[in-house]
Design a protein around this ligand. Structure first.
Ligand code: LMR
Length: 328
């Protein structure tokens, strides 16, 4: 990882021109909810390192991880009020601002991260970065976390095993419908509350990526994790239109370059952590990792896929088709 980081700073040195001197640097508060040793945590810190090293006279980035400043259900409001300047909520948390991003939540839509990469690079995917401009939000880029797994207090092998269980979900109606499709009860709760809800058994399960399950120790309070890879968890790095447009054009260009480099680094961390954090959980012996047979997996697909139809109009058939084409 250190090598990747050195390469990131090297690339930034080549890409960013000498800082233009200004009276007082503009401060960018970047608020997020995950631990620092995660794809998002690492990308945010890399962005801060690059900007503070190469543009420090002009702009200073302060990163606030672990919901220190805001949880994800509040950060967008705070950003629009100017209390923070950047955030990277998961794509599931923009529902109040656009329905289009719900495409990323559709269960079993993307085969893997490579398919997501192709979709976000496509005109449809790039167009979504501008889908909230009317609401004052500018999308600066996408960042991966990984594919989601299901954890629970009992083994989940077939959809009927989830029947009657309570699952914490992000604030997404698509994800709510996904759990209702297997007769479970979804509860929308902030990420910062998940560990305690699981530990106190107020809820029975949750869905998340290997890196979030590991870094927030969910595996210590969930005896079973089903390797379902049933959905994608990624982020949009956003800023407010007001803040962004208030910066000189040259500053915007340099910040965007710095962010692109940090995102590329974060995406490499995501790919590594999907394997290493899963392995660390397996080694811990605290949680049993359940692998589905093809036949069991087919049952989950069949149970959850009707969710697509339900949201087809809100999301747009064209967008769903573009996402599906990315699997090819
Ligand atoms: C969650 O709330 O489960 C995730 O969005 C957390 C994150 O930012 O990865």
């Amino acid at each position: 990882m250190r090598l990747i980081r050195a390469a990131v700073l090297g690339a930034a040195a080549a890409a960013l021109a000498a800082p233009a001197a200004m009276a007082a640097p503009t401060v960018i508060k970047f608020s997020h909810v995950v631990a620092e040793n995660t794809p998002k945590g690492r990308a945010a810190n890399a962005f801060a390192d690059i900007v503070n090293t190469f543009m420090g006279d002009e702009v200073r980035v302060e990163v606030y991880p672990n919901s220190q400043l805001y949880n994800d259900n509040k950060v967008l409001e705070a950003m629009l009020l100017g209390d923070v300047q950047m955030a990277a909520p998961s794509l599931s948390k923009f529902e109040r601002y656009t329905k289009k991003l719900q495409v990323f939540d559709l269960p079993f839509l993307f085969r893997d991260i490579d398919a997501v990469d192709r979709f976000i690079a496509s005109p449809a995917g790039q167009g979504l970065l501008a889908s909230m401009e009317r609401k004052g939000i500018v999308g600066l880029g996408y960042l991966h976390n990984g594919m989601k797994q299901l954890s629970a207090s009992r083994p989940l092998r077939v959809p009927a095993d989830a029947n009657g269980l309570k699952f914490r979900i992000m604030s997404s109606d698509v994800i709510a419908a996904q759990f209702e499709a297997v007769r479970a009860t979804p509860l929308k709760k902030p990420f910062s509350e998940v560990f305690t809800l699981l530990q106190t058994k107020a809820i029975d399960g949750q869905e998340n990526t290997w890196s979030n399950i590991y870094s927030k120790k969910f595996y210590e309070v969930q005896p079973y994790i089903t390797e379902s890879n049933h959905g994608y968890l990624g982020y949009m790095v956003v800023t407010s239109k007001e803040f962004w447009n208030g910066l000189p054009e040259a500053t915007r260009a340099k910040l965007k370059k710095a962010l692109d480099i940090a995102i590329e680094y974060g995406n490499q961390v995501a790919r590594v952590k999907a394997g290493t954090d899963r392995a660390a959980i397996a080694r811990s012996g605290r949680s049993e990792i359940i692998q589905l047979t093809d036949e069991q997996r087919a049952q989950w697909v069949e149970a959850m896929k009707p969710v697509w139809k339900k949201f087809e109009r809100e999301i747009g058939e064209d967008l769903i088709e573009a996402a599906l084409r990315a699997n090819e």
